[in-house]
Write a protein that binds this ligand. Structure first.
Ligand code: ATP
Length: 238
């Protein structure tokens, strides 16, 4: 389980995350909901270790990982698919998968992991030898998700995986996320600007506003609380 306690992230005078506490449980999809600039990416980057928090604590299964470097967190089972499509554009789909696999040095067979990826996303098998930069946005997101999950990490952090994608692709991506989370002790933390999208896939949601938690609750409660109110009050009317 992931536990974040009183986390603060700042860039000079800009306080991006101001004392946020949250948990993400195995078998659950936890959503971070908030408008542009609310602090979602900063919070996620602090959890994976890419950004150093000013204060607060990050615990993974009770172990304090706040000061552990990102590559070690990755080997402890933390995977982070960042916003902005981090893939090797000049390399093929296959090469991207190989790179992602070896970076984590997991046990098990690369071939079996790749077969599982191709079974989930047959289009990636068809395009295995194509340069990743030539894939459509949806195919790139499938590749990113595959790269983040093929070694079966226990905590997967997904920064706006639906951004800019057609609804049918979003549905496919969310189905994959749900299925991934239903196996073993895996937790997913996902960020979304659109509350209605996030609550479709998540079990629990935290709403961030200006770097602080505005409120939290299970998806049903947040939905019953009124998406319209949620959106206009906290998400800038989206
Ligand atoms: P988005 O959906 O646009 O990614 P977000 O909710 O993820 O938004 P953050 O990207 O975490 O929000 O940004 C929170 C605040 O921190 C914003 O005011 C942003 O301008 C600022 N910020 C983010 N990254 C940096 C940085 N590297 N240097 C300075 N300020 C930053």
């Amino acid at each position: 389980m992931l536990e974040v306690r009183e986390l603060q992230v700042a860039y000079g005078a800009i306080e991006a995350v101001r004392g946020v506490s949250l948990t993400a449980r195995p078998g659950h999809i936890t959503a971070l909901i908030g408008a542009n600039g609310a602090g979602k990416s900063s919070l996620m980057r602090a959890i994976s270790g890419v950004t150093r928090p000013r204060s607060g604590q990050i615990l993974l299964d009770g172990c304090d990982i706040t000061r552990i470097p990102p590559h070690e967190r990755a080997r402890m089972g933390v995977a982070h698919a960042m916003e902005g499509r981090r893939i090797l554009h000049q390399h093929t789909v296959d090469e991207n998968l190989i790179t992602a696999w070896h970076f984590r040095k997991p046990q098990g067979s690369f071939k079996a992991a790749r077969d599982a990826v191709f079974a989930h996303f047959p289009i990636l098998a068809e395009r295995a030898n194509a340069k990743a930069g030539t894939l459509s946005g949806g195919q790139q997101q499938m590749l990113i998700l595959s790269m983040a999950t093929m070694h079966a990490p226990r905590l997967v952090i997904l920064d706006e995986p639906s951004l800019g994608l057609a609804p049918i692709i979003v549905t496919q991506i969310f189905e994959f996320i749900k299925e991934y989370c239903s196996v073993g002790e895996r937790a997913i933390l996902i960020s979304e600007q659109m509350a209605n999208l996030a609550l479709k896939v998540a079990d629990y949601g935290y709403v961030l506003k200006h770097g602080q938690l505005a409120f939290e609750g299970d998806s049903k409660t947040l939905q019953e609380g009124g998406l319209a109110g949620l959106s206009s009050a906290y998400l800038g009317g989206s």
